[in-house]
Ligand binder design. Structure first.
Ligand SMILES: [Zn+2]
Ligand SMILES: [Zn+2]
Length: 280
């Protein structure tokens, strides 16, 4: 099901990328680079493959948890669907926030942030190591609450599909919508590494989570977004983009002294890593 959602939308995604690249070709040709877009496309294909394998392996676990569900929810009810969409978006917020503050998760998520450009093709830039980091753990409570695992998988894909459209610089601020949903402006802030913007606007669809939990920052016309990560990686090789933080993390864990400090290197926030504090 979820394969069909993303595969079915693939022509729409590709058409939007082509239209955006065409729009920029004279206005701001630097917004697109062929090698950057090809790296993003390669990463998208690897991510889709690993996602398919992961769900095949994990769906049984989700059904096991579902058997012990807390609530009996009517599957065909519009309220159940609405609760699942909002509930999954809530857990997405916490998955995303944890992905920026816990290195084991950041090792996967950094791939999405490592481009110095931001365009619709950046949405394709995903790591195939998410299942190893344990992204799926964040969806397990939904099965326990009583949502059918097949529907959870579908809603995870729909949330991701929505987020494709917020990866653009071609759309300005959208008035009152900025306060309610994730918009291109809100997500530009999320991809910026400026001190004012870093680790803000984690929302998938609903911006209300950032406003509730104190991580919302609106885009400021006076502070232009500087895209990428604190230590820019300057690579277009999908394997380098996938594994650079994993490698740095295990190297830091190896050179830390004592078990406690080694474990700390696996779960500390990015600014407290040895490679950041004491570069070799
Ligand atoms: Zn992020
Ligand atoms: Zn993004």
């Amino acid at each position: 099901m979820e394969r069909l959602i993303l595969l079915g939308l693939a022509p729409v995604f590709l058409a939007c990328i082509a239209a955006e690249a065409w729009y920029y070709r004279k206005r701001s040709p630097d917004n697109y680079s062929l090698v950057d877009t090809l790296a993003n496309a390669g990463l998208a294909l690897m991510h889709q493959a690993s996602d398919a394998v992961a769900w095949t392996l994990l769906i049984g676990l989700f059904y096991l948890v579902y058997q012990h569900r807390l609530f009996e929810l009517p599957p065909a009810s519009v309220w159940t669907v609405l609760a699942l969409v909002i509930g999954q978006d809530f857990f997405y917020y916490w998955f995303h926030r944890a992905s920026h503050r816990i290195r084991w998760l950041w090792a996967s998520h950094v791939t999405h942030h490592s481009s110095e450009r931001l365009n619709l093709s950046t949405a394709f830039r995903q790591s195939f190591t998410y299942p190893i980091s344990g992204m799926w753990v964040f969806w397990l409570p939904l099965a326990w609450l009583g949502f059918r695992p097949a529907n959870i998988v579908a809603v995870v894909a729909i949330n991701l599909a929505f987020q494709f459209f917020v990866h653009t610089q071609a759309i300005g601020r959208l008035g009152w919508l900025e306060a309610v949903i994730n918009t291109p402006s809100n997500h530009r802030v999320h991809h910026a590494r400026n001190p004012r913007y870093i680790d803000r606007n984690y929302a998938g669809v609903l911006m209300i989570w950032d406003r509730l939990f104190g991580t919302f920052v609106p885009e400021d016309a006076a502070v232009a977004c500087e895209y990428g990560i604190v230590g820019q990686i300057h690579s277009f090789n999908p394997l380098t983009l996938t594994f650079h933080e994993w490698r740095a993390m295990f190297a830091d864990a190896a050179r830390a002294s004592g078990l406690r400090q080694r474990l700390q290197q696996l779960c500390c926030p990015p600014e407290r890593t040895l490679s950041r504090l004491k570069p070799t």
